[in-house]
Design a binder for this molecule. Structure first.
Ligand SMILES: Cc1cc2nc3c(=O)[nH]c(=O)nc-3n(C[C@H](O)[C@H](O)[C@H](O)COP(=O)(O)O)c2cc1C
Length: 339
């Protein structure tokens, strides 16, 4: 790829850490980030990440093997911290010599960061606040991702721009911090790199790449949607804290409201405890996302998408998307430095 020298200089730390040409991660997307998209991203100079989601250790084993067959470049594996077999999944990654493990979905349980590091892999964690970011680094995280509420999928309450202002000036000089959420163009990447980020993570922008196995109907829904269609789910019962999910508004969004009422009733009747209630909610999402991504049911399924979905207008190969992002980023940095 052509020399994007200014971008390359600002991404140097992130790229060296990932072992990729560019410090552009394709954030793990359940059902979407499997061997084809992940290998395409890594082969194009970015950094692909397998979404383990609710996979069993056996399935993850096969997915990693399948990805290795398609790329010799490094890639990561994203594990959800509340997975009941988290330590078995870590062992699968270790057996394969996976170079980077991303821990998502909450504070890593005791011993998990250590177990990953013992295998020689690097650990990447999500930092929802500055205080937690510092704590995660103290506990051994090698790099952080800060992800704002513009993102698709499960989201926190604070926007990317505010998280970046709170966290980058404090941590980015001495630590590796990647920025995610709402990044659709290279100009935005340039802004965060100038603030000290070592790279960017994008999901929505890559979900409909030619190499993505997402159903044509899922991709079409993305191409048609604008930013305001990607809405965050609402919590209907104050006793049942649910992590909001950003997805395209449809019948499935309404069904989620009904699901929450149903689970809240089970809680009321003492039929489930809080942990089980939250697990039921998560299972609902996993099933609904599969329906949309794999079966193409974009009405009743969950079409998880970030607010940058309006900037996704056509199917393009991953290499083209990365080239466009780099061109936009480099042009923005050149304009600023020339001024
Ligand atoms: C369809 C979809 C599924 C996702 N699934 C996961 C997941 O399983 N684990 C995770 O850590 N993040 C997940 N994410 C978040 C992405 O990894 C990424 O951080 C996010 O998409 C970045 O924001 P953007 O969508 O604005 O680019 C998902 C996002 C989307 C759009």
């Amino acid at each position: 790829m052509t020399a994007f020298t200014k971008t390359s200089a600002l991404m140097a730390r992130g790229a060296a850490f990932l072992g990729s040409e560019w410090a552009i991660l394709c954030g793990a997307m359940s059902w979407v980030s499997e061997r084809h998209l992940v290998s395409a991203i890594s082969n194009a100079g970015g950094f692909g990440v397998i979404a383990c989601g609710a996979m069993t250790p056996e399935l993850l084993d096969a997915e990693i093997a399948g990805t290795k067959a398609l790329t010799g470049k490094p890639f990561g594996v994203n594990l959800i911290t509340m997975h009941p077999q988290l330590f078995d999944l870590i062992a699968v990654c270790a057996r394969h010599g996976v170079s980077h493990v991303v821990l998502a979905g909450g504070i890593p349980p005791k011993g998990s960061v250590e177990a990953i590091k013992e295998s020689g892999a690097k650990v990447i964690c999500f930092a929802p606040t500055l205080a937690l970011g510092k704590k995660l680094l103290r506990s051994g995280a090698d790099a952080l991702v800060i992800e704002g509420s513009e993102a698709g999928g499960h989201i926190g309450p604070v926007s990317t721009s505010v998280l970046a202002q709170e966290i980058l000036p404090e941590l980015a000089a001495d630590h590796l911090v990647f920025v995610a959420g709402g990044i659709g163009r290279g100009e935005a990447m340039a802004g965060y790199l100038e603030m000290g980020a070592c790279g960017a993570q994008l999901g929505t922008r890559f979900a409909c790449a030619s190499e993505s196995i997402a159903h044509p109907a899922f991709k079409k829904a993305f191409f048609r949607a604008s930013a305001r269609d990607a809405v965050a789910s609402v919590q209907v019962d104050p006793r049942l804290p649910v992590i909001p999910v950003r997805a395209l508004r449809n019948k499935g969004t309404e069904e989620f409201t009904a699901k929450q009422v149903e689970v809240a009733k089970l809680l009321d009747d003492g039929k489930v405890d809080m942990g089980e209630a939250q697990l039921q909610i998560e299972h609902f999402w996993a099933g609904a996302l599969r329906r949309a991504v794999i079966d193409g049911d974009v009405e009743a399924g969950s079409v998880m998408a970030g607010q940058s979905v309006g900037m996704v207008t056509k199917e393009e190969p991953v290499a083209q998307i990365i080239a466009t992002l780099l061109e936009e980023c480099e042009a923005a940095l050149s304009r600023r430095q020339a001024a």
